[in-house]
Design a protein around this ligand. Structure first.
Ligand SMILES: Nc1ncnc2c1ncn2[C@@H]1O[C@H](COP(=O)(O)OP(=O)(O)O)[C@@H](O)[C@H]1O
Ligand SMILES: N[C@@H](CC(=O)OP(=O)(O)O)C(=O)O
Length: 773
C-alpha cells in the first residue's frame, strides 16, 4: 500500500446495520480489504446495531456511580446482565468474523473493554450525568472497532484500532462540537502513522475527546459526521458512508417501498434531506466534506455493485429531483431557498410521509428528533413542518390504553398473588418483568398479578410497596431484614384473599427451600421452580412434593433456563410418544469452557473467562463439579417417568484434584496447575470428535454424566460458547432426532421460563377454577 504522500486516503464508514453480526463484520472487512489494495484506508465504525441504545438505557436506568438500577426503567436490570449480553453478542461476532490466529487477541480485547466499561460505570460521577452517559456510550464503538480491525486483518489487510480518539471536541458531552484544528493534530498523531505503516486505521465513530481529555459523543447517529471529520483531518479525497440502503432515496424505504435512489446530490441537498429525517445521514455530515471538497458516497454494504448516491459540490445535479414540481411545504423546508428544479416535493416525500426521523435532535430526549444544531438557521415554516410531522405514521404507535384496575371488559379479572423465594439475579429479573408487564397482562389476559411477599434467607418482606427498594438493596448485597421481615412460614400459612390464586415461586439458588415449597403446595398454592434442589433430592422427598403438588407444579426454568425443554418432553409423553433417550449438553458454563479450550485457550484461562462473563457461578467449582448437570439429568429422568435416586448418577468432576476444598482465591491461583493435563486430554480426542460434557438419560439403564467424545456431525459437535443442546430420541423421532438448541443460561432468560410458567398457570388453573365456580 502507498503511504499518505502518494495517494489521498479513503475513509469508509460502516453504520451499526453494517456490523450487526459476525457475517456482517466479515462482509464489511472484505470491502475494506478490497479497497485497501489500492490506497490508504481509514475505517470509521459504529456500534453493533442496538448497542448504543442498550448502553444508554443502562446509563439512564442507573442513578450514579453506584450503578443502582431504577426499577421499571430498564430490562437490562443488572450490570451482570449488561456485561453478559454485550459479551455474548460481541464474542459471537468475533468468532464468526476473525480468523483463529487473530481471534484470541480480539477476544481478550473485547473482555478488557467490558472490564473497562464496568469500571467506567462504577467510577464517581465527578463531571456530571452527561459526562457519565458519554463515558458509557462510547464502549459500543470501541467494541466494534476491535472486532472489525481483527476481521480486516483476517482478510489479509493488516489493520489496527487507533490508540487514541482522533476527534477533538468541546465539552458538550452529548452532542459535542468538533474542534477542526485539534482534530487535525490528533489525526496526525493517531491515524496517519498507521496509514504510513501500510495499515488500515480503524476509528471508533461517534466518539470525541473534550479539551480535558474526557470522552464525548457527537450525538445520535454521529458516526457519519465522525467519518467526514476524520476525512478532513487526514486529507482524504473520498468518504464512503456504508449502510443497509442503496444510498439516499427519495423516501424512507421502510415506509415507501418504491422509494427511488438519488444518484447525485449536492452537499446542501444531502444536508437538507438529512435535516428532514433521512436517517441514513447525520445532518451535519456534509459540513466538513463541503469545506474541503471531499466526495461523499452513500453506499450499500450489502449491495456493493450499486454505485450509491454521490454527494459533491455540484448543485442540482440530482436529475430525479428536477421532475418534481415545487411544493410550498417542501420549498419552505429548504434552508436557503429552493434549489433549482424543485427539491421541495422530494423533500416532502423524504420527510413528510415518514414523519421526521425520531433519531436526531434533542439529546436530552434520548432518541433524537431532527433538530437544528446550535448554529443552524431554520425558518418558521420548517418548524411547522416538523410539528405537523408529529401526527404522522412514525409517531402513531402507542401502547394499548389500559383499563382501570378490575374493570376488564368482557371477562372476570383473574387475581393471582406471588410469594417469591429468592431475590438474586433471577429473582430480580422476574420481579422486574412482572413490574413492567403486568399492566399489559391485565389488559390482554385479564390477569391482576400482585406480590404478596418476597423472601430471602433473612425472612419475607410482605406487600409490594417496598419491592423497588428491596430490589436495589439486594443488588447492593443487602438483606431484606433491613427493610423489616416476617418468617416466610407465617406468610405461607396465611390464606390468600377470597378468589385469589397464590403462586409460590422458588428462585433460590441455595438449599433449604424444600419445606417452604411443600408448605405452600399443602396450603393450596401453585409452585413454580427455577431452583433445581427440590426436584433433585432423594426419592422420598421428591415423591412427597409431587403428591402434595399434584398438577400445581411447574419447573421449566430448572433445565435450559428459558428454553422449552420440560414442556417439549412433557408434550412428547402426553401425545403418546415414547422417549427412548435424551442426550444433552445442559451446562452453558461447561459448553463455553470446552469450546474456548478448543479455540486455543488454556483450561485455566477459559474458566477465568467464564467467571468474568458471569456464565459460571462466582465459585466455578459449582459448575465444574458436574453436580449442576447431574441435577438437570435427574429432573429430566424423573419427567420421563423414571424412578431414580441421585446416588445412581455418578458424575465426573472437572475440579482438579486437591483443589476441591481450598479457598476460592487459592483455587483460582492454582488452576493453571491443571492446564497441562487438560490439554493432553483434549489432544487425545479422536479425529473428527469433540470433547463435550454430556448427560445421557436412556429410558432404562444407567444415566451417565461426564466428559464424552462427541462426533463432529452430532448436534454436540458444533457447540460454541454457552450454548445448550438437548437431543430427544423417541419412537416418533428415531431416524432423525428432535433437537432443541439455544443459550441455556442468563437471569433474564431463566426469568422468561419462570414467567412463562406463571402465565401458563393463569391459563390453566385459574380458568379451571372459574369454570368450577
Ligand atoms: N431518504 C432515505 N434514504 C435512505 N434511507 C433512509 C431514508 N430515510 C430513512 N432512511 C433509513 O435510514 C436507514 C439507515 O440509517 P441507519 O439506521 O442510521 O443506518 P446505519 O446504522 O448503517 O448508520 C435505512 O435503513 C432507512 O430505513
Ligand atoms: N452508535 C451511535 C452512532 C451511530 O452513528 O450509529 P449508526 O451509524 O448505526 O447510525 C448511535 O447509535 O447513535
Amino acid at each position: 500500500m502507498n503511504g499518505l504522500n502518494n495517494v489521498h486516503p479513503l475513509v469508509i464508514k460502516f453504520g451499526g446495520t453494517s456490523v450487526g453480526g459476525g457475517a456482517q463484520f466479515a462482509n464489511a472487512a472484505g470491502i475494506v480489504a478490497g479497497a485497501a489494495a489500492d490506497r490508504p484506508v481509514a475505517v470509521v465504525v459504529s456500534a453493533m446495531s442496538g448497542t448504543t441504545d442498550t448502553l444508554l438505557g443502562y446509563a439512564d436506568a442507573t442513578d450514579d456511580g453506584a450503578s443502582r438500577t431504577r426499577v421499571g426503567a430498564t430490562r437490562e436490570g443488572s450490570l451482570a446482565e449488561l456485561h453478559r449480553a454485550l459479551a455474548e453478542r460481541h464474542l459471537a461476532a468475533a468468532r464468526e468474523a476473525v480468523s483463529p490466529e487473530i481471534l484470541p487477541g480480539v477476544e481478550r480485547r473485547v473482555l478488557e473493554l467490558l472490564r473497562e466499561l464496568v469500571e467506567a460505570i462504577g467510577a464517581p460521577d465527578a463531571n456530571g450525568p452527561a459526562a457519565r452517559r458519554a463515558r458509557i456510550a462510547v464502549f459500543g464503538e470501541r467494541l466494534s472497532a476491535a472486532i472489525l480491525a481483527g476481521a480486516i486483518s483476517s482478510q489479509g489487510a493488516p489493520a489496527a484500532v487507533v490508540s487514541g480518539d482522533p476527534i477533538a471536541t468541546d465539552g458538550d458531552f452529548a452532542e459535542a462540537e468538533v474542534d477542526a484544528s485539534g482534530t487535525r493534530e490528533r489525526c496526525s498523531r493517531y491515524v496517519a502513522p498507521l496509514l504510513g505503516d501500510g495499515r488500515v486505521a480503524v476509528v471508533p465513530g461517534f466518539v470525541g475527546r473534550s479539551p480535558e481529555g474526557l470522552p464525548t459523543t457527537l450525538g445520535r447517529g454521529g458516526s457519519d459526521l465522525s467519518a467526514t471529520v476524520v476525512g478532513r483531518g487526514i486529507g482524504a479525497s473520498e468518504v464512503w458512508i456504508m449502510s443497509d440502503v442503496d444510498g439516499v432515496l427519495d423516501a424512507d424505504p421502510r415506509l415507501v417501498p418504491n422509494a427511488a435512489l438519488l444518484p447525485e446530490l449536492s452537499y446542501r441537498e444531502a444536508g437538507d434531506f438529512a435535516e428532514l429525517g433521512a436517517k441514513v445521514l447525520h445532518p451535519r455530515t456534509m459540513e466538513p466534506a463541503s469545506e474541503v471538497g471531499m466526495e461523499v458516497l452513500v453506499r450499500n454494504t450489502f449491495n456493493p455493485d450499486c454505485p450509491g448516491t454521490r454527494v459533491t459540490d455540484a448543485e442540482g445535479r440530482g436529475r430525479p429531483l428536477r421532475r418534481a414540481a415545487p411544493q410550498p411545504l417542501g420549498r419552505a423546508a429548504v434552508r436557503d431557498g429552493p434549489p433549482p428544479g424543485g427539491l421541495g416535493r422530494d423533500l416532502h416525500r423524504v420527510a413528510g410521509r415518514a414523519g421526521p426521523s425520531p433519531r436526531r435532535g434533542d439529546p436530552a430526549a434520548g432518541r433524537h428528533q431532527p433538530g437544528p444544531r446550535r448554529h443552524r438557521r431554520r425558518g418558521p415554516r420548517l418548524r411547522r413542518l416538523r410539528g405537523e410531522g408529529r401526527g404522522g405514521p412514525a409517531r402513531t404507535a402507542r401502547g394499548p390504553r389500559l383499563p382501570r384496575r378490575g374493570s376488564r371488559r368482557g371477562g372476570r379479572v383473574k387475581r393471582v398473588e406471588i410469594v417469591q423465594l429468592g431475590l438474586g439475579y433471577v429473582g430480580r429479573a422476574v420481579a422486574q418483568i412482572v413490574i413492567e408487564e403486568r399492566k399489559r397482562w391485565l389488559e390482554t389476559l385479564g390477569l391482576d398479578l400482585r406480590y404478596r411477599a418476597v423472601a430471602d434467607t433473612s425472612g419475607a418482606l410482605v406487600g409490594e410497596e417496598l419491592l423497588p427498594q428491596a430490589i436495589r438493596l439486594k443488588e447492593d448485597g443487602g438483606k431484606l431484614s433491613e427493610l423489616g421481615v416476617e418468617p416466610v412460614e407465617d406468610v405461607l400459612r396465611t390464606e390468600p384473599e377470597e378468589g385469589t390464586t397464590r403462586i409460590v415461586v422458588d428462585l433460590a439458588v441455595h438449599g433449604g427451600t424444600f419445606d417452604l415449597d411443600l408448605l405452600g403446595v399443602q396450603n393450596g398454592s401453585c409452585l413454580v421452580l427455577s431452583n433445581k434442589g427440590p426436584l433433585s433430592g432423594g426419592s422420598e422427598q421428591y415423591e412427597s412434593l409431587m403428591d402434595a403438588a399434584g398438577d400445581r407444579l411447574w419447573y421449566e426454568a430448572t433445565v435450559g433456563a428459558g428454553m422449552p425443554i420440560v414442556s417439549t418432553l412433557k408434550g412428547l409423553v402426553e401425545t403418546g410418544d415414547e422417549v427412548l433417550e435424551i442426550q444433552a449438553s445442559p451446562s452453558g458454563t461447561l459448553g463455553f469452557i470446552m469450546s474456548a479450550v478448543e479455540g486455543g485457550r488454556s483450561f485455566s484461562e477459559a474458566v477465568k473467562e467464564a467467571v468474568a462473563l458471569h456464565y459460571a457461578e462466582p465459585d466455578p467449582r459449582d459448575d465444574l463439579s458436574g453436580l449442576d448437570v447431574a441435577r438437570k439429568a435427574i429432573i429430566l429422568a424423573r419427567t420421563m417417568g423414571r424412578e431414580i435416586e441421585p446416588s445412581e448418577i455418578p458424575y465426573e468432576s472437572l475440579v482438579p484434584e486437591g483443589l476441591e476444598a481450598v479457598p476460592l482465591p487459592e483455587f483460582m491461583e492454582r488452576l493453571p496447575e491443571a492446564d497441562e493435563e487438560f490439554a493432553a486430554r483434549m489432544s487425545a480426542v479422536r479425529e473428527n470428535h469433540m470433547l463435550r460434557y454430556l448427560a445421557r438419560i436412556p429410558a432404562e439403564g444407567p444415566v451417565e454424566v461426564g466428559l464424552t467424545e462427541a462426533a463432529v456431525e452430532t448436534p454436540f459437535g458444533p457447540i460454541n460458547g454457552p450454548e445448550n443442546v438437548f437431543d430427544f430420541r423417541t419412537r416418533r423421532y428415531s431416524d432423525v432426532t428432535l433437537t432443541v438448541t439455544g443459550p441455556g443460561a442468563g437471569p433474564e432468560r431463566t426469568a422468561s421460563g419462570v414467567i412463562g410458567d406463571m402465565l401458563d398457570i393463569v391459563g390453566k388453573i385459574v380458568r379451571d377454577r372459574e369454570g368450577l365456580a
